[in-house]
Design a protein around this ligand. Structure first.
Ligand SMILES: C[S@@+](CC[C@H](N)C(=O)[O-])C[C@H]1O[C@@H](n2cnc3c(N)ncnc32)[C@H](O)[C@@H]1O
Length: 313
């Protein structure tokens, strides 16, 4: 993971080195390049991560202060997300009507932790083996808590994945996906639903998906559990994990990118011996078979595979 202060340090090193080796003009050019490369995607990745970490640490300090309030913080509240996406929809509609928007906070789609171009090698690396063959390129993939994630659109448009489903408990997120994000994608090509990750019984059959691509949603579910009580947070998380596991097919892949709930996710009682841990991002940078490294991804990548009881181990 590279954070802003590392980038600044890298920038300073390049400047110093360039100055000594190449003189002022060349070192300035090196710096300008490093700045552009180093800061690519900053509004997408660093801003929400920083906010989420601040929220998590303020929740922890509430725990130590043994506050009596149990009001959930914004990232764990459905009404927060609902109004965030409603505002985004209104702004998108304003700009398509060529009106001048008075606020600038959320008018363009937002993706948490990484964009599709950075994620793609790490998604392809863990595709269930059935999909290695060029003849079989349509894994059914579910994106829970999709928000306004550009990854959904880019997986379809750029990645060529055609069997995609997504849900969010904020109905305005789903309206945003349908009306703005997927505006150029033929209607109903991607299945969209309003659903709560902790109870999917009325929405998805058991064993429906080959892969689940979770990014930041379990962080929000965890925070939603309770501001003070860790057991309640774990319970909220466990309920979502249990439901997501249920809708995954045997041999399916549970792919998660989180920043806050990683330890709680790993220690969940939902993971049994029937689940095989394929990637533990806590161990450091992950390198794919093709040599891509995960240093452009903010958040911790964890991947599990569900056992298939019909295959003897
Ligand atoms: C941090 S954002 C991540 C959005 C998106 N996955 C991304 O990577 O850009 C968390 C999202 O999870 C959704 N969410 C939170 N709790 C949820 C729940 N219990 N069920 C479904 N969606 C939920 C929120 O509405 C929000 O869109």
């Amino acid at each position: 993971m590279i954070h802003v202060n590392h980038r600044v340090a890298a920038l300073a090193t390049v400047l110093l080195w360039g100055w000594m080796e190449l003189g002022f003009k060349s070192s300035f050019q090196w710096c300008a390049t490093a700045f552009v490369v180093g800061y690519r995607g900053l509004p997408f990745r660093d801003t929400p991560l920083t906010e989420l970490q601040q929220e998590s640490s303020s929740s922890s300090s509430s725990e130590s202060a043994s506050s009596s309030s149990s009001t959930a913080k914004p990232f764990g509240r459905q009404d927060y997300w609902q109004s965030f996406y409603r505002q985004s929809l209104e702004q998108a509609s304003d700009s398509s009507n060529n009106k001048t928007s008075t606020t600038s906070s959320s008018s363009s789609p937002l993706t948490w932790y990484a964009e599709w171009s950075d994620l793609e090698p790490f998604v392809r690396d863990f595709l269930p083996s059935d999909f290695d063959s060029p003849k079989n390129q349509e894994p059914s993939i579910l994106l829970p808590g999709v928000g306004m994630d550009t990854v959904l659109r880019d997986m379809y448009v750029e990645g060529g994945f055609t069997n995609l489903s997504a849900f969010d408990y904020a109905s305005e997120s789903i309206a945003y996906c349908r009306d703005v994000l997927l505006h150029d994608v033929p209607p109903d090509t991607i299945e969209l639903k309003v659903a709560d990750a902790r109870n999917l019984t009325n929405h998805y059959e058991t064993s429906s998906f080959d892969m689940i691509l979770e990014k930041g949603t379990l962080d929000a579910v965890y925070i939603a559990g309770d501001e003070i009580d860790r057991a309640k947070r774990q319970d909220s998380l466990d309920r979502a994990i249990s439901e997501l596991q249920r809708v995954l097919k045997p041999s399916g892949i549970f792919w998660s990118l989180s920043a806050i709930c990683t330890e709680a996710l790993v220690s969940s009682r939902q993971w049994t011996t029937e689940w095989q841990l394929q990637c533990d991002g806590r161990e450091g940078i992950y390198t794919t078979d093709d040599g891509y490294t995960s240093n452009n991804i903010d958040g911790t990548l964890m991947v599990w595979q569900k056992a298939d009881p019909t295959i003897a181990s």
